[in-house]
Write a protein that binds this ligand. Sequence first.
Ligand SMILES: [Zn+2]
Length: 708
Amino acid sequence: MDWPDKIKIAQRNWIGRSEGAEVNFLIDCKPSDSLKFTPELAEKIKAGAKTNTIRLGAKNLAAGDVAELMSRDGNVVESFGYAKITNVQKMPLKKVPNNMPGHESYHDSGEKLADFRKFYGNDVTLDSIVTIYDFEYISPITVFTTRPDTIFGATYLVLAPEHPLARMLANDDTQAAVNAYIDEAVKKTEIDRTNDTKEKTGVFTGGYAINPANGEKMPIWVADYVLGGYGTGAVMGVPAHDERDFAFAEKFELPVVEVIERPEDDTSAEQCYHGEGILVNSGAFDGTRSEDAREQIVAWLEQEGVGCAKTTYKMRDWLISRQRYWGAPIPIVHCPIDGAVAVPEHDLPVLLPDVDDFAPRGDGKSVLAAQEDWVHTTCPKCGGSAMREADTMDGYACSSWYLLRYTDPHDDQCAWGTKQVNYWAPVDMYVGGDHATAHLLYVRFWTHVFRDLGLTEFAEPVKRLVYHGLIQAEDGRKMSKSLGNVVDPLDVIDQGYGADALRTFELFLGPITENSSWSSRGIAGVYRFLNRLWTLVQEYDESDKSAQVNVKKLDSLTHATIKKVTDDIYRLSFNTAIAALMEYVNDLYKLKTEGFSPAWRSALETLVQLVQPFAPHMAAELWKQLGHDSQLDFVDWPDFDDAKIMQDTMTIVVQVNGKVRAKLQVATSAGEDKIKQLALSDESVKRYVVGEPKKVIYVKNKLVSVVI
Ligand SMILES: [Zn+2]
């Protein structure tokens, strides 16, 4: 994909692609053998099923405790999360109520006893004491990190206020503070929360996690700088190697453990080092380079079953519905029975109805909602009466695929035929200067999906993107109405410069991919150039064309200019093409001093053809004046003949310590550096020059003198 790097980088940042690892942190909790379940029940608990558990004997957990949940399948025992114990009751088995959640099969004491004897043996009686635990399920805390190489330096965890565990991990001592903090935090805007200039806030939940790398206890905090909508809503704090984590740790006096040695040649003034280096305090990984450790540590975590490599994206949903008339109707029908039903393919496309009044009515509803005849329809599924979706799609929806329709514009069965689209598309070159991370990214998303659906063979819709610069105001700032520095093209045209001069000047301002500033002096210069060109043709037209002119010289100039302008246009280097035409006109003015001859006709015709892409109106006029009835737009672009381009050369004598050692033929346009370089690299000169010469003197257009 031949796209400018700055666009590719902007798009990559926009989707927020980052590579790293997902790591599960265990919660530090009371050891207990009381919470083992069958794999089936474990799945139900994970899915949110309410249950309690009845265990024989007086067990050790109390309300408020957090304990590990295990699933047991034969001899295989696995952790699947945590239980926050919400209520504990101890009682004789005969007092256990019937029909408790998860124990619906107990109808009487006999069934209870039979069940307990199945698990605990025949010693169980109806007077045996059992413990009933009510609990809430807590999933393990998953963290995404781009720096798994720093995991040994993770000294605390931070949960977003929205994280489901944030409140659950609190204990009697911390619950009030945690609740108050979360209630406040969720009211703040995202921008406020992630503003790095503001002091960090947070609250300790009272709970601890275990760092899976080194088994250390880590306090679990809630802080609003972690957002619930991104990633897992939990981050590991590595204060030694992250600025933000450091600020947080410093404020709340959390431990800072360095795990990557700052290289000796590192001169950055930052308090924490976030570059690459050698691992320290990292157990078996001490001495490993951080770049290598990333992969090795992820592999190790994977082996331990507590982590895996992961690529994440910071993408959020795109709301495409709009309430205006102009837009593609969303092909959905709302049925009171079937809900939202897609319009079947054979009824597509859904066309906009003809309406008299397009104006929004200010009631927040779509303009189409008022089109009773159009809105009321039948459900494609049940045939009952239903309503069409009255919102229309965002313009970016259509601009994400319109270019593919060009390949098959008359097809009334589908948007395009695959044969046609694969023949014409992808687009060879796209010139644009806006929407770097909107339209230009969405069109790529959509085409990837089309490819996955088999609708195109290509995933990238545009092979080459030329992202043109902006024309800024004369003061170098962006043109804007509020700054009052906007140059209105119509004003420029009306000032007498005309459309041709305006257009030629815009293209002459600088390389197409760079921003350039408007210049009122500059347009006057371009206007003068076009005037000179015009005058030249007039003078030729009025002359008697009887002069003897150097045809070879004239041809050489003409063909060299065709070559240069053609090549420049292919490269979209319009400013240099126009500069070449200016030079051509200057050279023609010099030749003109000898007078005009019939040979001039082809030179001037070529000039008119070459200037036509930039100044089409004037070119059409001159083309006619030169005696043509044809429309210039349809005349073949001129060819050049390399053989007709004369290379102007001169002879340069090369001396070494005063003796002539070579004579060089070089282009008259060659500069001093080039000529010196040619002289020193000449074989017969090199024979006499060993090592660095003391002096190399150039006498313009004549001599290079080397002193050794
Ligand atoms: Zn229906």
